[in-house]
Design a binder for this molecule. Structure first.
Ligand code: AMP
Ligand code: MG
Length: 410
């Protein structure tokens, strides 16, 4: 027989807030490297990038039309044509005009552009259907960007707009943060691979693959993944291999009170456990430790517990390590559409679908909230933060919610 069963955990129960702040404080922001922005979508900028001059650098036409002097009246004599990308030096005198295309440099002397739709051209002259006011259809210097302005700031994820802006600025290299390298280790004698048929008492290992996807979604890179049996020596070998590969180790299973829950004793022997229990549902036995400079998250084995504890506790740490400025999900208030049964003692994070209708956010939970029922995560776009209570919350009650995905409209 293995160890005797303990009836009470030796670990102090910490609050969600204490657990979160302990993790975020210990998570280091990772170093940076230089990349070409156009190869770097999804990376996190590590420096403020400023405009070295105004944009545009000279007044440009916003439309296809005619460059004129607003104070003139009547037909204007045409001097020539200005197209985008050309810098011919025309000067518009009184009573004169030039054809100009969108993006063309507004010629000296002109102070307005008349859209071609508002004109008629005949025999070298242009007639205006209505007279423009000064400045009409001209993008002045600095219309889009001011000289010296921070255009993309440190901590921003590079998406289409940022990559376009960095290209506009001619930034050939920018500093971005290294992605956190994460090892994922599933533990349990009962685990088989997804392509295997589980013998009696066994289950397919879903946590490993769900966590790998969650890590990538949080900007992490999978450095290693594997499975360990509930055996001290094998577990230690696998944990050491995983620690050598990544900045962060995420394990699943083996952190609760069973005789084959070996993660906590192992982490005690090779590192420091910062906390080993959180007042939280689902996932009370969540364990957070350091081994040298590496962070270890011991997630509980039930599929829902492992993904919800990842979402609430691990994801913000990975985002911080990857240099993100915003590491927490948006918190909103939603109205529940049906009765909610809170846990009597622990704050519970119930999976829900939040939708927007008539100016209000409404939430329905995803059915049975059991920790083994992974279906309760599917389609959820929110975690309702339900405070402990010994009475049900009625439909219509407002509760805080973390938005984990896009809001629906139907
Ligand atoms: P544990 O926290 O190790 O006691 O695991 C609790 C329960 O979660 C186990 O009985 C399994 O049914 C389930 N479980 C543990 N690890 C996994 C995994 N990697 N994939 C799917 N289910 C798991
Ligand atoms: Mg286990």
């Amino acid at each position: 027989m293995a160890r005797p069963m303990l009836t009470a955990s030796p670990y102090e129960m910490v609050s969600v807030e204490t657990a979160s702040s302990t993790i975020v404080e210990l998570a280091p922001v990772l170093t940076t490297g230089q990349v070409a922005p156009w190869t770097a979508d999804g990376r996190v900028l590590a420096e403020d990038v400023r405009a070295d001059g105004p944009l545009p650098t000279e007044p440009r036409s916003a439309v296809d039309g005619y460059a004129v002097r607003a104070a003139d009246r009547g037909a204007r004599r045409l001097l020539g044509e200005i197209t985008a990308g050309r810098s011919d030096s025309l000067v518009i005198g009184p009573g004169e005009a030039a054809r100009i295309m969108t993006g063309g440099v507004v010629p000296e002397g002109a102070d307005a552009i008349v859209m071609v739709e508002d004109t008629r051209e005949e025999d070298g002259q242009v007639f205006l259907l209505r007279e423009p006011s000064a400045g009409a259809n001209i993008h002045p210097i600095g219309n889009d960007l001011d000289a010296g302005q921070v255009v993309v700031s440190a901590g921003t994820v590079l998406g289409p707009a940022e990559i376009g802006l960095l290209a506009t600025l001619g930034a050939a290299h920018v500093a971005v943060h290294r992605r956190p390298r994460v090892a994922v280790l599933a533990t349990g004698d009962e685990l088989v691979e997804p392509w295997e048929t589980p013998p009696l008492g066994c289950v397919r290992d879903s946590n490993r693959y769900a966590l790998i996807a969650a890590v990538r979604d949080a900007g992490g890179e999978i450095a290693w993944h594997g499975v360990a049996r509930d055996d001290e020596a094998q577990l230690e070998r696998q944990v050491r291999a995983a620690l050598a590969a990544g900045d962060v180790l995420i394990t699943s299973g083996g952190v609760s009170m069973g005789t084959r829950d070996l993660i906590k004793p192992l982490l005690e022997s090779i590192g420091t456990i910062h906390f080993g229990r959180v007042n939280f549902k689902p996932g009370k036995p969540l364990t957070f430790a350091s081994v040298g400079s590496k962070l270890v998250f011991g997630l509980p084995g039930y599929p829902v517990s492992s993904l919800v504890t990842f979402e609430v506790f691990v994801r913000p740490a990975l985002l911080k390590m990857g240099g993100r400025r915003t590491i927490h999900r948006p918190r909103v208030e939603v109205e529940v559409e049906h009765e909610i049964r809170p846990d009597q003692v622990r704050p519970e994070y119930q999976r829900a679908v939040v939708r927007w209708q008539g100016g209000c956010l409404y939430a329905r939970t995803t059915g049975s909230q059991g920790s083994s029922r992974l279906l309760s995560m599917q389609g959820a776009n929110a975690l309702l933060e339900i405070a402990p209570a010994d009475h049900p919350l009625p439909a219509g009650q407002r509760v805080p919610a973390l938005l984990t995905g896009p809001i629906r409209n139907e």
